[in-house]
Design a binder for this molecule. Structure first.
Ligand code: PEP
Length: 250
């Protein structure tokens, strides 16, 4: 049975007070598509204002610390994100795995901490161009997933996976439909191996240069249960056609 699609925007380091108008526009228009879950992951400092601006709409963070509190300058805990009004967070985005040198085990600890606290998680995995060209993308991503997944799924909050080929992020390039389908099938098999029946209910999003013009095709691929969208999530006029494509994909 097809899972309800989730379309989540990742605003990265974009967004100040004036952009709350865009959050409102996206949230208001998304209500026309109750058959799709829609979320925006905004900079930490904007979470509380965004959540207050659009009650009932899912606002998320882009990272979380694995500890509940302590001497971790500049970091935020799952409890803090929830307290600010977030209902989800991204973990393991390739930009953090690269620039902040986040390891699979750190990503695993972050996902575990967030889920335990009741914060939904989008856990990102994806291969570099070198790995894709070497023909080892599926094996590499499955190993990365295996090492990043929390040991057990929780009842308290939802885990979703985002497959984001690093070479497709912000470049306008995307894998072929067959490549996306092959990777999502491998991720699904790994989730079922790890979590049994619960693994069949974990949503697998595709991310990397998703836009209005390619969303319909991407959402038609088996085991694509939504999208994580960067650049095209910043403006309602770019993001909403992607939400609409997810709604029409059923
Ligand atoms: C992302 O960084 O999560 C992403 C998918 O970016 P973009 O859509 O801009 O490629």
């Amino acid at each position: 049975m097809a899972l309800k699609k989730l379309v989540a925007g990742n605003w990265k380091m974009h967004g100040v007070s004036v952009d709350l108008a865009e959050v409102r526009a996206i949230a208001d228009a998304s209500r026309q598509y109750p058959q799709v879950d829609v979320a925006l992951c905004v900079p930490a400092i904007l979470i509380e204002r965004a959540a207050r601006a659009v009650p009932g709409f899912a606002i998320g963070g882009q990272d979380v610390h694995s500890a509940d509190k302590g001497a971790h300058t500049g970091c935020v805990s799952a409890h803090m994100l929830l307290d600010a009004g977030a209902v989800l967070t991204i973990v393991g985005h390739s930009e953090r795995r690269d620039a902040q040198r986040e390891s699979d085990s750190q990503v695993q600890a972050k996902a575990h901490a967030a889920l335990e606290c009741g914060l939904n998680v989008i856990l990102c995995v994806g291969e570099s161009l070198e790995v894709r060209e070497a023909g080892t993308a599926v094996q590499t991503v499955v190993e990365q997933l295996d090492a990043s997944l929390p040991h057990e799924p929780t009842e308290e909050a939802e885990l979703a996976i985002a497959y984001e080929p690093i070479w497709a992020i912000g470049t306008g390039k995307i894998p072929t439909a067959a490549e996306i389908g092959e990777m999502h099938a491998a991720i699904r098999a790994q989730l079922e191996q790890r979590y049994g029946e619960m693994g069949s209910g974990v949503r697998i999003l595709y991310g990397g240069s998703v836009k209005a013009s390619n969303a319909k095709e991407i959402f038609s691929i088996a085991d694509v249960d939504g999208a994580l969208v960067g650049g095209a999530s910043l403006k309602a006029e770019d993001f909403l056609p992607i939400v609409e494509a997810a709604a029409n994909a059923g």
